[in-house]
Design a protein around this ligand. Structure first.
Ligand code: ATP
Length: 199
């Protein structure tokens, strides 16, 4: 699975529709201070479901919408599309290309699309869980993150290793199975009560 392209439209400083294609090999993005390099990385995190406006250097989510400049008026909508090459079927979907799309409007309303179909954030999160591409994964190392990893508590560091090893999904499944088990035991106790009342 590889990143194919990233399209921004009204996201932060990218007022105009802009597409960046990722070719084979390494991609380096260079530019003067304030030209939008970090905004590009934030666009990737945002389209993958980032929920914290603060971590995107804003106070509320609609702050990611182009706020206007001396030459151009503010916009009312931001959209980011990430196109993935899934020809190796790394992501459990039949399509060889996967388009993840997120939109937000000034009133805070937002939507997610997966290959053009409206989906819930959970569908995106589930699809990317344990792939290393999820919004909390460590495939994106932002400024200060390395230091944060070194100074993190052992439990937090373990989470990073678990995500990298791909066992987070199984841990979540285990928790949900344990919850079901507790529920079933409760039901069994109730049945036993009813039986003893009837006896
Ligand atoms: P540096 O090299 O200094 O880290 P950079 O290339 O990473 O800079 P960014 O931090 O990505 O640059 O971009 C900052 C620019 O984006 C600023 O000029 C800021 O005004 C602009 N910007 C951020 N949010 C918005 C927004 N909602 N609307 C318009 N412009 C925005």
């Amino acid at each position: 699975m590889k990143l194919k392209s990233l399209t921004l439209n009204g996201f932060k400083s990218f007022a105009e529709k802009t597409t960046i294609e990722f070719r084979h090999g390494l991609t380096a993005i260079v530019g003067p201070n304030g030209s939008g390099k970090s905004n590009l990385i934030e666009a990737i995190r945002w389209v993958l479901g980032e929920q914290s406006a603060k971590s995107l250097r804003g106070s509320k989510m609609p702050d990611v919408i182009f706020a206007g400049s001396t030459k151009q008026q503010a916009l009312n909508r931001a959209e980011v599309e990430l196109l993935l090459d899934n020809s190796d079927h790394f992501l459990p979907m039949e399509s060889t290309e996967i388009a993840i799309d997120r939109r937000i409007y000034r009133n805070g309303e937002s939507e997610y699309l997966l290959n053009g179909k409206n989906v819930r954030l959970k569908d995106i999160t589930d699809l990317l869980l344990d792939t290393g591409l999820g919004r909390d994964s460590f495939s994106i190392i932002s400024q200060g993150k390395v230091e944060q990893i070194f100074s993190s508590k052992p439990v937090e560091r373990r989470q990073i290793i678990e995500e990298a090893a791909g066992i987070l999904k199984y841990k979540q499944e285990r928790t949900s199975a344990q919850n079901k088990l507790v529920e079933t035991e409760d039901h069994l106790l109730r049945v036993a009560d009813i039986i003893s009342e009837l006896a």
